[in-house]
Design a protein around this ligand. Structure first.
Ligand code: B16
Ligand code: MG
Length: 217
């Protein structure tokens, strides 16, 4: 039976993808690499290190470790300055109602974000205290599409993976949920997320159909 729902953050609970895009685009521009919305789509759910590697590969570039780390640091400082403006108003429609409904059913709530800034963003959204367990992206070995972060959150919640539902907006994230042997719900485009067990265009639609969604588990 369903005992926990584990949420991704960026693109599921709020739209930070645009801030990641602006920060990566500035780095790509300085490297002379073209970086468009298509690239950004591929980087959804991909961690910071692998995102920079994607940009370097696209430009056929190699740089030494020190330069690599400096770029990671610069990207993050830029990203932090952009997310400083996040308030509870940036929470997607339906999130609070969904969390309330899950709690009323005794279902636990977890977070499985690839972002090392996840706790900060949750705090700015005003929802940090609603989670029963928040995964730590920095401490998992393999990033999405590997199942590690979802498995670590299930363990933290004390729930078996097969009793968990994962919610993701990225293809890499849906793969991670399925590899963890969990039930996968996608938020976004049907074609991009076709591996998911159920797909909703927006979080609000998931919330409106929450009872059906949970029954299908
Ligand atoms: P950071 P999610 C992911 O978050 C983002 O989708 C991805 O674009 C970003 O590069 C990654 O977090 C790492 O974020 O640089 O803040 O550690 O979708 O898994 O919540
Ligand atoms: Mg995401």
């Amino acid at each position: 039976a369903l005992q926990a729902v584990i949420f991704d953050l960026d693109g599921v609970l709020t739209d930070t993808a645009e801030f990641h895009f602006i920060a990566w685009q500035s780095i790509a521009q300085d490297l002379g690499v073209d970086f468009n919305l298509d690239d950004n789509e591929k980087l959804k759910g991909v961690d910071r290190h692998n995102s920079l590697q994607h940009i370097l590969n696209k430009g056929n570039l190699t740089i030494d470790e020190q330069a690599f780390n400096q770029l990671l640091d610069r990207k993050n400082k830029h990203y932090l300055s952009l997310i400083a403006a996040i308030t509870p108003q940036h929470l997607f429609e339906g999130v609070l109602a969904c969390f309330t409904a899950l709690k009323a059913r005794g279902i636990k709530i977890g977070l499985a974000s690839a972002s090392k800034n996840a706790t900060l963003v949750l705090n700015k959204l005003g929802i940090e205290s609603l989670f029963d367990f928040i995964g730590d992206a920095a401490s998992v070995k393999n990033s999405k599409p590997a199942p590690d972060i979802f498995l670590s959150v299930a363990a933290g919640l004390g729930v078996d993976a097969h009793n968990c539902m994962g919610i993701e907006d990225a293809a890499a994230g849906i793969t991670a949920i399925k590899s963890a042997k969990m039930y996968a719900v996608g938020i976004g485009d049907k074609n991009t997320l076709n591996q998911a067990d159920q797909i909703f265009t927006t979080f609000d639609l998931l919330n409106l159909h929450l009872s059906d969604c949970l029954t299908a588990f």
